[in-house]
Write a protein that binds this ligand. Structure first.
Ligand SMILES: NC(=O)c1ccc[n+]([C@@H]2O[C@H](COP(=O)([O-])OP(=O)(O)OC[C@H]3O[C@@H](n4cnc5c(N)ncnc54)[C@H](OP(=O)(O)O)[C@@H]3O)[C@@H](O)[C@H]2O)c1
Length: 314
């Protein structure tokens, strides 16, 4: 009998990649149950057209999650900080997923998490501002703190540490911008440090690898990345791939935090964490391990060759 994987965030980047991976490999013995708040929406229709079962569930409605997880072998669990900017909401949503997983006696949960940066940068560390009273990088810290919800519920969990999506250069306004001199530059507060990044679609492919490899990953932490590349090198790679000269502007952390867009302070702290713990961050995301989960893994140049044309340059 096929093992059903309930996929939270199925209409999004991470979960969508997992749904497509499962459906593309029908002989492997997995089926997919795609969770969404809008089962009648276009994205849900597209998933159904690919062959997914689609069910309505809301991370803020524990009963809907329990129903959606019932009868499944496993679940992919992800929260979307950027929809509400509330770490406490991520914590309560993660706790609801953990409880639903326990109630459904799931055999394997993959929880999409990130480092709790406060373990290395305590709140009284003046290097970066404390945000919202108790976080350094709110969208990291809440996910890291929420790991405990899965562990304490006794859920067989793999803690998947994801990386910066290169799609941020396409959809999140982080791509090269034209300066007053008419030249494009990539602005990142990364100095000469390497940024661990990944194609968003590869996250779901890696999650699928974890479900397929099964037991060996239960209780484990695994970090994934497609490449570790400096801002300067990414600008050079963009110049080559896009046929357009792209410079690199290594802005300082405080300037970035002050850019004023929603979440600029959170992201400024995140980049500072990336820089100050570059070695540890990359070491926790082995390219070899990532490729063993997903042999189709793209490195940055391959991602540019495939998706670079979508980077807005104007
Ligand atoms: N951007 C990056 O570089 C990066 C890197 C690492 C980690 N992350 C993390 O990735 C997370 C977002 O994942 P993503 O990029 O895959 O998301 P996404 O593409 O923005 O899509 C969000 C998904 O979350 C679902 N969702 C949100 N709130 C929900 C709720 N209350 N109940 C049920 N489903 C809900 C949405 O489903 P429906 O709308 O269909 O209900 C949708 O499928 C964020 O927490 C972010 O911190 C981002």
């Amino acid at each position: 009998m096929s093992k059903i994987i309930a996929v939270v965030g199925a209409t999004g980047a991470q979960g969508g990649g997992l749904v497509r991976s499962i459906l593309a490999d029908p002989a492997a013995g997995f089926k997919v149950r795609a969770l969404t708040r809008k089962a009648g929406g276009e994205k849900a229709d597209a998933l159904r057209a690919l062959g997914a079962e689609v069910v309505e569930a809301d991370l803020d409605d524990a009963a809907s999650l329990e129903k959606a997880f019932a009868g499944c072998h496993g679940a992919y669990c992800v929260t979307n900080y950027w929809e509400h900017f509330k770490p406490e909401k991520e914590l309560s949503q993660a706790a609801s997923m953990a409880q639903a997983a326990r109630a459904a006696k799931l055999e394997h949960v993959v929880w999409s998490t990130l480092e709790d940066t406060r373990k290395r940068v305590p709140l009284d560390d003046p290097r970066m501002p404390t945000l919202m009273g108790k976080y350094k990088v709110p969208h990291f810290d809440a996910k890291g703190e929420a790991d405990a919800a899965f562990a304490s519920a006794g859920v067989p969990t793999t803690y998947l540490h994801t990386s910066f999506y290169w799609e941020n250069f396409i959809y999140f306004g982080m791509g090269p911008k034209r300066g007053t001199d008419g030249r494009f530059s990539l602005t990142l507060p990364m100095g000469e440090s390497r940024l661990s990044g990944i194609a968003a679609e590869d996250i779901g492919k890696c999650a699928y690898g974890i479900f397929k490899q099964g037991k060996k990953w239960i209780g484990q932490r695994v970090g994934i990345a497609g490449d570790h590349v400096s801002g300067r090198q990414m600008a050079l790679d963009m110049t080559q791939a896009l046929g357009q000269s792209v410079g690199y502007y290594a802005v300082d952390f405080d300037t970035y935090r002050g850019f004023g867009f929603p979440g600029a302070d959170d992201l400024g702290n995140m980049f500072q964490y990336y820089v100050e713990f570059e070695r540890e961050f990359a070491a926790a995301r082995s390219l070899e391990t990532t490729r063993s989960l997903n042999p189709e893994l793209l490195d940055f140049k391959a991602w540019l060759a495939k998706y670079g044309n979508l980077i807005p340059l104007s």
